[in-house]
Design a protein around this ligand. Structure first.
Ligand SMILES: O=C(O)c1ccccc1N[C@@H]1O[C@H](COP(=O)(O)O)[C@@H](O)[C@H]1O
Length: 211
């Protein structure tokens, strides 16, 4: 199970979480978010993270040009798109060499037909809970809605995941499920990750293998 820890904006927590070797770290570049990176993190801090950790910029209805500039500045290899980005924009970003993770907000159902045009241009999908904000709402959705998932793009499960879900996530078997996205449920304050809580979840999702 891949693990992405999102909403990093505190240098101390960034170092602590990076030391746990998550698969991806997310940095939010949407100004309305309480996790907006802004000037909180020097680009060099992100650039010098280990190459084994995928660095993901999270955007909401941003222009392709601005995303490419930000990706270059912070050394990002992936973009996570939480707005009404089109398949054509995903194609542009992918053609520019970025891994594209298109997020979809889930309410009472998942419209698998609407996802189809995104398939050729996305490395991952991400299913998040529909809410007032474009992300970071801290609420879970009914994961059973993904039992009917049949598309070839693997996805991250997101939305309100917390330490209390550890055992359920470790046992979760859903078609296409590639990983989990940890955000507001693992914080001491918006943008400040609780390193201990992330460590605990990783210990459950990645138990040590007996020699
Ligand atoms: O966290 C935010 O503030 C945010 C703002 C704008 C777009 C995405 C955002 N976060 C993403 O939202 C999901 C779910 O987060 P949560 O677990 O419900 O807090 C996650 O993928 C974050 O990357």
């Amino acid at each position: 199970m891949l693990v992405k820890v999102c909403g990093m904006r505190d240098a101390g927590a960034l170092a602590g979480v990076a030391a746990l070797a998550p698969d991806f770290l997310g940095f939010i570049f949407a100004a309305a978010s309480p996790r907006f990176v802004g000037e909180a993190l020097a680009p060099e801090l992100v650039q010098k993270l280990p190459p084994t950790i995928g660095k993901v910029g999270v955007f909401v209805n941003e222009t392709t040009g601005n995303m490419l500039t930000t990706a270059q500045r912070f050394g990002l290899g992936a973009v996570q798109l939480h707005g009404q980005e089109t398949p054509a924009q995903c194609e542009e970003l992918s053609a520019a060499g970025l891994l594209v993770m298109k997020a979809f907000a889930v309410g009472n159902a998942v419209d698998f037909v609407a996802l189809q045009p995104y398939v050729p241009h996305c490395g991952f999908f991400l299913f998040d809970t529909k809410g007032l904000a474009p992300g970071g709402n801290g609420a879970i959705f009914d994961w059973n809605l993904l039992k009917r998932y049949h598309l070839p793009v693997p996805y991250f499960l997101a939305g309100g995941l917390g330490p209390e879900h550890a055992a359920e996530l470790a046992a979760l078997r859903l078609p296409g499920l590639a990983g989990v996205d940890l955000n507001s449920g693992f914080e001491t304050a918006p943008g400040v990750k609780d390193v201990g809580k992330v460590r605990q979840l990783l210990a459950v999702l990645r138990p040590p293998v007996n020699p």
